[in-house]
Ligand binder design. Structure first.
Ligand code: 13P
Length: 284
């Protein structure tokens, strides 16, 4: 069975200090390309779905694609629901078969976030599923102010949240953001070390697109076992279509365009898997 628990994938990566890429897929083509990249490189991988793309595709259709596409995959893979503030959607995904969820109550107070996250963890456990938690929220890169430490909670608050909720992986704000950074971001790597030492659980690195190879290897060595990549996938998907249409302006058959997009997304995924040190880490 190629589908394993998110915790099985992350705990191993955390222990051996490599990073598992968690790619946000947008449709069948991108899901297939990410799985093919992992298979080719013998790497464990996490496929993530955003609330936005579940709204477009539908939970049942997305899950049916997942089941069909992972049937013959021989590397460890898991399906994760990214940033979800909607408890009903979390319940639906857990009941359908997602392996883990990120309960995003970062807009609520830490107290209310903690209270609800305890319930989400309890619910997930009934399905053998796992939970990522966050208490700070992430900006879009275009909203960055240069003082990204302004909304950061104390280490004591993080430890209390992790212990009380029992989350399996924690996503801290370390100066990272979603989107395209204007330059190489300034990240608080020490915060990852502090959180890992104090909690003993793996950290999820958000806003992976645009970080440098040196930043990835430093952060992964400190305990960032899950490395999220979304924007880079979207860029590969969109720019490969643009380039193809510029080169073939009269083409009106999608069956010519789609393989070019799939190849671009697969290359992007392979690049990140290699960068994170998870190539060849599949186990049987
Ligand atoms: P990027 O879009 O910056 O790659 O971030 C992905 C992410 O963290 C998804 O939660």
């Amino acid at each position: 069975m190629p589908v394993v628990s998110t915790k099985a994938i992350l705990d191993r990566a955390f222990q051996e200090r490599y990073g598992v890429a968690a790619f946000n897929v947008v449709n069948d083509l991108t899901m297939d390309a990410v799985l093919a990249a992992a298979e080719e490189l013998r790497a464990p991988v996490i496929v993530q779905t955003s609330v936005k793309h579940l709204d477009i595709t539908g939970v049942d259709v997305m899950y049916a694609m997942w089941v069909a596409m992972t049937k013959h995959v021989s590397v460890p893979v898991a399906l994760h629901l990214d940033h979800c503030p909607d408890r009903a959607l979390i319940s639906e995904c857990l009941a359908t078969g997602w392996n883990s969820v990120l309960f995003d109550a970062s807009k609520l107070s830490v107290e209310e976030n903690t209270r609800q996250c305890v319930e989400v963890v309890e619910e997930a456990r009934r399905y053998g599923a796992h939970v990522e938690g966050e208490i700070e929220g992430f900006k879009r890169t275009e909203e960055m102010t240069g003082d990204e430490a302004e909304n950061v909670q104390s280490l004591e608050t993080v430890v209390d949240f992790v212990r009380t909720t029992g989350v399996d992986v924690f996503a801290p704000a370390i100066g990272n953001a979603h989107g395209v950074y204007a330059g190489t971001p300034k990240l608080d790597a020490q915060r990852v070390t502090d959180i890992v030492e104090a909690t003993g659980i793996p950290v999820a690195l958000h806003g992976g697109t645009g970080m440098s190879a040196a930043q990835f290897s430093d952060l992964i060595s400190r305990g960032c076992a899950k490395v999220n990549i979304s924007t880079a996938l979207k860029i590969a998907f969109m720019t490969s279509a643009e380039q193809y249409m510029q080169a073939h302006p009269a083409e009106n058959d999608p069956s010519k365009l789609l393989p070019a997009q799939g190849a671009a997304v697969m290359d992007m995924a392979k690049h990140h898997i290699q960068l994170f040190g998870s190539a060849g880490r599949a186990w049987s």
